[in-house]
Design a protein around this ligand. Structure first.
Ligand SMILES: CC(C)(COP(=O)(O)OP(=O)(O)OC[C@H]1O[C@@H](n2cnc3c(N)ncnc32)[C@H](O)[C@@H]1OP(=O)(O)O)[C@@H](O)C(=O)NCCC(=O)NCCS
Length: 194
């Protein structure tokens, strides 16, 4: 690169801090609304947004030692995020995994869909799961969110159960997806044996 030229910095993936609360909650509400708001009565959707994506809820999640929240930042703005729950609460009878991790939300800014940010977050989530010794990653996806389902299938996720998802007083059919992980120590041990 010649002198005087500046490289466009690669968007930065990092853990969220308390200072990200307002920006992250705002991104989440915009991303969720762009994708799903049209499906619901305004009062149901407002109840859901307040319960799941208020500033207070997001602050609690960032501070929760049982969670890890990742954001991707570009030029000072948050453009994508995902949240991990280290001990998934989704399995309850649907999986025999012993230490499943939950990928709770995965969203890009609506203007950035299809730009590879989701891939970076999924790669990060899978690396975290390996580091934590999780034997499965679980997530839920709306039964008619075919684009996200395609994204998850590409990473080896498969549907393991039909479940419900409540948006205010509205109940949606939702799919529980899971991907089994081979513990890293085992694969290393196997590689060393060869
Ligand atoms: C799902 C999501 C996080 C994926 O991140 P991304 O950065 O768009 O994905 P990538 O660029 O890494 O990969 C592209 C793939 O994403 C998937 N995808 C999901 N929604 C898509 C959309 N609306 N448009 C294009 N691709 C989409 C496709 O599988 C696509 O592959 P293709 O180009 O071969 O069709 C992102 O598209 C998003 O925020 N979607 C809306 C919100 C949502 O549905 N979140 C998941 C809730 S369970």
């Amino acid at each position: 690169m010649g002198r005087g030229m500046t490289a466009t910095p690669q968007p930065l993936l990092r853990l969220a801090t308390p200072d990200d609360t307002a920006a992250l909650a705002d991104l989440a509400r915009r991303a969720v609304s762009a994708k799903f708001e049209h499906l619901y009565k305004p009062e149901d959707f407002a109840t859901f947004l307040e319960a799941a994506h208020s500033d207070a809820k997001v602050a609690k999640e960032i501070a929760d030692p049982g969670m890890r929240v990742a954001v991707i930042e570009e030029a000072g703005a948050l453009i994508a995020f995902c949240k991990l729950v280290l001990k998934s609460t989704l399995s309850a009878g649907h999986s025999d995994a012993r230490s499943p991790l939950e990928l709770k939300q995965l969203y890009t800014d609506p203007a950035r869909i299809g730009g590879g940010l989701g891939r970076r977050l999924m790669d990060w989530a899978q690396a975290q799961a390996q580091d934590l010794g999780a034997d499965e990653i679980q997530l839920t996806v709306y039964s008619e969110n075919f684009e996200a389902q395609r994204f998850y299938h590409r990473y080896g996720f498969a549907k393991i159960a039909d479940i419900e998802f409540w948006v205010g007083n509205h109940c949606d059919p939702e799919f529980l997806y899971a991907k089994r992980l081979v513990p890293e120590t085992n694969s290393q041990a196997q590689a060393e044996q060869v």
